[in-house]
Design a protein around this ligand. Structure first.
Ligand code: FAD
Length: 439
């Protein structure tokens, strides 16, 4: 049977985690499967049940701290379920469960369309939408998960289920930013948008300018419309550090120039802002990490007063010798904060800024210090896309959301077959007190 080919034995390369995956040291799955079709996914899921193994799912394996425990699991690697195609009149891209964002851009961009993706084209589509997802178009168009129109997945009983706004509506709600752990996603259908004229790129200053540039950027973010999405970065770390502002402006040239004037007045050493086509959005966010092992941390900030930015600079900036590989302050708000638009399990982010820290593993303590020092300005909840597996449930989502997620999971995975990235979707047999009755 073909399934036997899909399931690999220990020793195969597929058992080695991605160098940036936050898999507990030395931990390996009991088995790995690389299915090439939906039928193979179904056979693999049924095989895991017979063998008494739990199931973990990877597209790239680069997910930030989401894998959870791998021991006694069958790890399904979906990379062979790639491919994407555009329905241009409907502005929908259908992408395989193993696709990365570059696959979506490749089919959408020639038609002048773009996904509400994240800035990193090599990251998986399914993993992103299951966790939420913020990217260059998010202040204008909202969370990436809100652009989902349908999800097809193989659930714990081996059935192929389609969830959308009409069918399996609770499941579809949970799949939009609820964290995953509900099945193997074999395809997604996503709305893509016509972004209109785009300008974007990177303004670059020497690392030593971090303080005045970041303060000016902070003030700028208080004024810009939702057509502008930007992040300030201390990229590189140590002697290689640089101060960057990366920005995307959904605006024509005169409007973009007017909007950028306050930053250009700071005399950047490099100015890469230019007219962009949708395909160019993929290359905008410089990858300074390469394939190195990385410790990630993050914090959603309610707002970013000057005092908070000073704390950030004291821990991460010039005086501290730029101790992290990459530190980003991303401007959120706009459509990300439109609570009226909420429809999926996450729906909106209710936060003004997102701190993302990437540190060498031996500097993980400094990354954690930075998060701790900024905690007085924390938004009070965390972002699944960058979550740590040991995060308490209550910090992940409100109690009513957790109860509804648990109910969906109890229905579709009653034996707790799938490893969920977070505790709030596990332990069906022993619900915590706040889960309440199935609703
Ligand atoms: C370099 C980098 C930059 C990033 N930048 C951003 C950003 O700008 N904005 C943002 O919002 N997020 C960002 N992220 C976070 C990213 O969106 C999430 O970590 C996402 O879950 C990664 O998905 P993946 O498939 O690549 O990783 P994986 O490790 O393969 O998957 C992560 C988790 O998603 C689930 N999953 C993946 N594929 C499937 C599937 N086919 N079926 C069922 N479950 C599946 C599993 O639970 C898995 O543990 C970034 C991540 C990286 C590594």
């Amino acid at each position: 049977m073909r399934t036997i080919d899909a399931i690999l034995r220990p020793g195969a390369d597929a058992f080695e985690p991605h160098p940036q995956a936050d898999v507990p040291a030395g931990e390996r799955p009991a088995a790995v499967a690389e299915p090439v079709s939906v039928e193979e996914v179904q056979a693999v899921v049924r095989h895991a049940a017979r063998a008494g193994l739990r199931i973990a799912v990877h597209t790239t394996g680069r997910g930030v701290r989401q894998t959870g425990r791998l021991a006694d699991t069958l790890l399904v690697r979906t990379g062979a379920l790639g491919g994407a195609r555009l329905d241009a009149p409907a502005r929908i891209v259908r992408a395989g469960g193993g696709s990365v964002w570059a696959d979506v851009t490749r089919v959408a961009a020639p038609a002048g369309l773009a996904p509400i993706a994240i800035p990193t084209p090599t990251v998986g589509v399914a993993g992103t939408v299951l966790a939420g997802g913020v990217g260059w178009l998010s202040r204008r168009h909202g969370l990436t998960s809100e652009s989902l129109r349908a999800v097809e997945l193989v659930t714990a009983d081996g059935r192929l289920v389609r969830a959308d706004h009409e069918r399996e509506r609770d499941l579809f709600w949970a799949l939009r930013g609820g964290g995953g752990g509900l099945g193997v996603v074999t395809a997604v259908e996503l709305a893509v948008v016509d972004p209109g004229p785009i300008h974007g790129g990177t303004l670059r200053w020497p690392a030593a300018r971090a303080r005045d540039v970041l303060h000016a950027w902070r003030e700028w973010t208080l004024e810009v419309p939702r057509e502008v999405t930007s992040m300030a970065r201390l990229a590189g770390g140590g002697d290689e550090a640089a101060t960057l502002v990366e920005a995307v402006l959904l605006a024509d040239a005169p409007a973009a120039d007017a909007l950028l004037a306050p930053l250009r007045a700071l005399d950047p050493a490099g100015d890469g802002v230019r007219p962009l086509a949708p395909a160019d959005l993929d290359a905008l966010h410089a990858d300074v990490l390469g394939g190195r092992p990385v410790h990630y941390d993050h914090l959603l900030l309610h707002d970013l007063p000057a005092e908070a930015l000073d704390v950030f600079l004291d821990v991460a900036g010039p005086q501290a010798g730029f101790p992290m590989l990459d530190v980003e302050l991303r401007h959120l708000g706009g459509a990300l904060d439109d609570r009226g638009r909420r429809s999926g399990a996450l729906g909106s982010l209710d936060a003004g800024y997102l701190l993302v820290v990437a540190a060498a593993p031996e500097r993980a303590d400094v990354a954690r210090d930075l998060v701790e020092e900024l905690s007085p300005w924390a938004a009070g909840h965390i972002f699944l896309s960058f979550v740590a597996p040991d995060t308490p449930d209550a910090e992940v989502s409100p109690a009513d959301t957790r109860r509804r997620l648990w109910a969906v999971r109890a229905l579709h995975d009653p034996e707790d077959r799938f490893v969920a990235p977070l505790g709030h979707l596990t332990g069906v047999a022993a619900p915590p007190a706040d889960r309440g009755p199935l609703g």
